[in-house]
Structure formats: structure tokens, C-alpha cells
Design a protein. Structure first.
Length: 331
């Protein structure tokens, strides 16, 4: 039977509104600027702005914020044909403040929220049939029913032949008692081919008693590529046979909100550009130079994102990423 997949990148999970706090002015009420955001939505927009083909899948509220997110996704070039809407709950909100180094603090208004109401029955079979890569984050694991939908989506994507990717993007404040459940996190991590963690997320998985190597070894029982980011420190990559590092870029950070999403969007777009899916992933990983070129490109995307405010608004174009790398767009 011929392969009918189109190699589309499908990003599943939450889309929400980031209200970014502006510096307070003496004698004036504090103002907030509205930005479209949400980690998997950011990743979808990152792919689209880099010239890739992608679809965002999730549930939006039937409210003005849901309208804004749908328009923002569409305007950025991300596919929205599999987006669902609900009047049962409102679109999630996040209020974001920044310190002098652009590091974020979040106050979330979720739950209740529309994105948590997505169920397995809301998936369209066509989104799996066309997927070359299926990408998720952990914010759709915080409630039992949306977690079940996420894990089902990952299983259905794998069964259809897609490469399964997860960026943990851990936000403890979104979990009951601000305590992410390790059992469900590991269920998702062990269902992925590609795993991206921050240094802090790796520490969380260590549970205060495991070494880095023990966690990475467990991840690599199922995953084929594990990535560890650490701010301005070199990126660490691990495959089953070997590992390495890729240097980061030195930039002036003003807002780190979408850095990880820009990074993963950059990497997934490079995999798509090179025609890499689940079947070709091992062969791609065997070429260390090709892998590190793609990781360097992804790092450039992440670096550019922190130099701008917002999430969707901060994500770079392919030309901008190449310019930071010292390359030019081919004619």
C-alpha cells in the first residue's frame, strides 16, 4: 500500500493568551500587552514562520480570546483545520512578568480552560494520516482526561508511521498541588522518539537520587534522540551509541517566553526540510554532522526568539535564522 502521508508536522495541546506585564509607571495602573501563545501552538507557528508545513490541533473557547488565537495561528501560516471550539469553558490566560534578564514568572488562569476539554474523539483521523511528525508538551498531561487524549494521540501517531516528539516544557503551577506527576510524565516520555528537556526538567526527573546518566539511559530505552538545553550553556545531545554538545549563541535576552518553542520548531522544521520521518530517523541520527547542523539551526531560532517580546511575535523566519548562522537563503 503506498505511503500517503504528506510529512506535515502536527502540534497538539494548548493555545492560550499571554498577557505580558509592562514596566509599571509611577502613579499609573499596570498595563498588560496581549500575545498569542501556548507551547505547542508556539511550536506550530515556529514551523510555519520557518517555511514548514504544520497543523495545530487543540480546543479553543468560543470567546474573543479563542477568536484571537485562531486568527493568529492562521495569519502566521499554521494549519487550523483540526482545531475544535467549545462554549463549555473559556480560553486559558497566562499573566507573565519579566525580570532584568528576561526570565519569566507566570500566573495561570487554568483550569478551567477550553484546551483541557479536548478528548480522543475530537481527533480527526486525517491529521494522523498526513503526519510525518507528531509533537506534544506536558501541559496537556495535567488532568487525567486530557492526559489520556494526549497519550492516545501519541500512540495513534506512532501507529500511522509518524515520528513522535515531546518537549517537556514543565510548568508545575498548572498541576494539582503544583506537583507534576512523574508517572504520567514518564508515560509520555516513553512514548516519544525525540525528547527535549531543560536542565531543570532533567533535575526533576532525577527525583533527588538518580544521576543524569541514569535518567538519560532510561529515556533512550524508547527514545532515539534526547536533547538537554541549559540557557546559554552548550546544548547536550544523546543517541543510543554516542553523544555530543553544540555551542549556543550569545545574544541579549529581553524575553525568554518562546525560546524552547522556537528551538523545537526550528529542529522539527529542519527534519521536515530533510524529509526525515520515523522510518528515516535512525539513518539521520547516524550522520553526526547533519544532526549537529540541524541542532545549530534550532539553537539560532531559540536565540533569536529571546531578543523579542511575546511568543508568536518573537518567532524568527528562516532567513533570520540563516543570517545568524552566517548563511544566506538559496536562490
Amino acid at each position: 500500500m503506498p505511503d500517503t502521508r504528506t510529512n506535515t508536522i502536527v502540534c497538539f495541546g494548548e493555545a492560550l493568551i499571554d498577557f505580558l506585564a509592562e514596566p509599571p509607571q509611577p502613579g499609573e495602573a499596570r498595563n498588560f500587552r496581549q500575545f498569542a501563545g501556548g507551547a505547542p501552538a508556539n511550536a506550530a507557528v515556529a514551523v510555519a514562520k520557518l517555511g514548514g508545513q504544520c497543523e495545530f490541533v487543540g480546543m479553543l473557547g468560543e470567546d474573543m480570546f479563542g477568536d484571537f488565537l485562531l486568527d493568529s495561528l492562521r495569519d502566521a501560516g499554521a494549519g487550523v483545520r483540526y482545531v475544535r471550539r467549545t462554549a463549555v469553558a473559556r480560553t486559558a490566560l497566562a499573566f507573565v512578568s519579566l525580570d532584568a534578564h528576561g526570565e519569566r514568572s507566570f500566573s495561570f488562569y487554568r483550569p478551567p480552560a477550553a484546551d483541557l476539554l479536548f478528548r480522543d474523539a475530537d481527533f480527526d483521523d486525517a491529521c494522523f494520516a498526513g503526519a510525518g511528525i507528531f509533537h506534544v508538551c506536558s501541559n496537556s498531561l495535567t488532568d487525567a482526561e486530557i492526559a489520556a487524549a494526549t497519550l492516545s494521540g501519541m500512540a495513534r501517531a506512532r501507529a500511522s508511521g509518524a515520528l513522535v516528539s515531546i518537549d517537556l516544557n514543565l510548568r508545575p503551577a498548572l498541576w494539582p498541588d503544583a506537583a507534576p506527576r512523574l508517572r504520567v510524565l514518564w508515560q509520555a516520555l516513553e512514548a516519544a522518539d525525540l525528547v527535549k528537556l531543560s536542565r531543570e526538567e532533567l533535575d526533576y526527573l532525577r527525583e533527588g537520587r538518580l544521576g543524569d546518566g541514569e535518567v538519560i539511559a532510561r529515556l533512550l530505552r524508547n527514545a532515539r534522540l534526547v536533547l538537554i538545553t541549559d540557557g546559554g550553556a552548550p546544548l547536550r545531545w544523546h543517541v543510543r551509541e554516542h553523544n555530543g554538545e553544540v555551542a549556543s549563541f550569545t545574544v541579549k535576552a529581553i524575553d525568554t517566553t518562546a525560546a524552547g518553542d522556537a528551538f523545537i520548531g526550528g529542529l522539527l522544521s529542519q527534519l521536515q526540510r530533510h524529509g526525515v520521518d520515523a522510518r528515516g530517523f535512525d539513518a539521520f541520527l547516524a550522520d553526526t554532522r547533519a544532526l549537529e547542523r540541524c541542532l545549530r539551526y534550532a539553537s539560532a531560532c531559540g536565540a533569536l526568539a529571546v531578543t523579542r517580546h511575546g511568543a508568536f511575535a518573537a518567532l524568527p523566519s528562516h532567513a533570520e535564522a540563516l543570517a545568524l548562522l552566517g548563511e544566506t537563503v538559496a536562490a
